[in-house]
Design a protein around this ligand. Sequence first.
Ligand code: CU
Length: 496
Amino acid sequence: MPALSRRSALILGGVGIAATAVGGTGFFVNQRLSSGTSPTTPSGSDLIEPAEIRSVSGALAVDLESSPQQVTIAGRDVRALSYNGGVPGPTLRVRAGDTLSVSLRNGLADPSNLHVHGLHVSPENNGDNMFVTVAAGDSFDYQYELPVNHPPGVYWYHPHHHGFVADQVFGGLYGAIIVEDPDPIPASRERVLVISDITLDSTGTIPSGTSMEKMSGREGDLVLVNGQLTPSMTARPGERERWRIVNACVSRYLRLRLDGQQLSLLGIDSGRFEAAQEVNEVVLAPGNRADLLVTGTAGTSVLRAHTYDRGRSGGMMMGRESFTAADVIALASFIVAGDDVATVAAIPGQPVPRDLRTATVTARRELIFAMGMGGNMSGDMNGGMGGGMMSATINGQVFDATRVDTTVQFDSVEEWLLTNTSPLDHPVHLHVWPMQIIEQSGQPVKNIMWQDVVNIPARSTVRVRIAFDDFSGRTVYHCHILDHEDSGMMGVVTAN
Ligand SMILES: [Cu+2]
């Protein structure tokens, strides 16, 4: 099977081709477009990165305004939601020990707030406080003090007001946060790739999800990189690039491949590996991030999202029976040409990650993530899924901001068994404190794996350990399929 030429990659990434067979192994399906529409900009335009704002002398102060804006997405004029006029919002670059101050103005018609996803900062007061409501038209000043030993890596920000999260993120509200390395990792170029998905109707408006879409977790028709449809990147052979990848999709899992190129994974979320790992693919659940090194090999490669099976509905209510989509989606092209570049310097060794497998555990508990009929067909459930037909619960309960579900002892290590009884995967996110994955489906994990979004496959279990240190206070854990979170699959945890 011949390699995809740049031209065919552009065509495949473009419009109007429903499906093109590739080598008989399957179908390479073009991104779906809403019927009756066609983008005005050809794909393959250069990747544009979000504006960047860097901390200076230990401080970064930024004004963020969320508002409905006319923006260009996938080459079309679209009415979307935006931070500071862009989709994504600006990239915030900070260092361990910095103070990040964000003055959020909510220019939306609905309540909102801000979550700095993955940052190890206080959840109290004007920190990463999930109980803050910023009403339409109001402002709120957040201040985040990063510890001096804050892990470097890729983080992100997005709204987190219960009941509105999926709509606001799907609408375009997300941006990257980079915590720089104390010792730089040599790379010829750094790129921020915020991957999101979106659906546009014929008028360039983002439709609100149907109740069926919300039940399964909505997936947009278009998968974008920095708001662009199949942009292109160029490099020279031998160049080592550093890609900061964010999965900002509301529900879509990304099984990313860049065949033909050498990929080396520095870490996932705040979990930096002791040594970079050579990989063929990277799977990111909604909310996960990858810190990836790409060393250029001459030729054109296509960054693709391959199929990922996140389960089956098994129920008559679901819009789709299976989420094993046949589609392989082209996200971007990577064109490596020109003279070879001299080999770049070696990657400096990274600290040995903390390992809680030998820690003293003060408490063990189980969280059961379940979906099902709510047992109340009258439509007055708290779930907010419409019609009151579906429940998305943790330990049998939907979210209640006035209830504390889990009280942990500050400065202790706990072991949590995360159990998913439902036929769909749930990516579980705990704020403030990252989780070390120690067991998957009853099998011990050999490597030291730290993540802040941990996928619990359908009808499966994952065991994690958590060190509730550095910050006390009240925050949340929830499913990062944001439609599930909005429907109630979220709980409150207090460390004190
Ligand atoms: Cu879920």
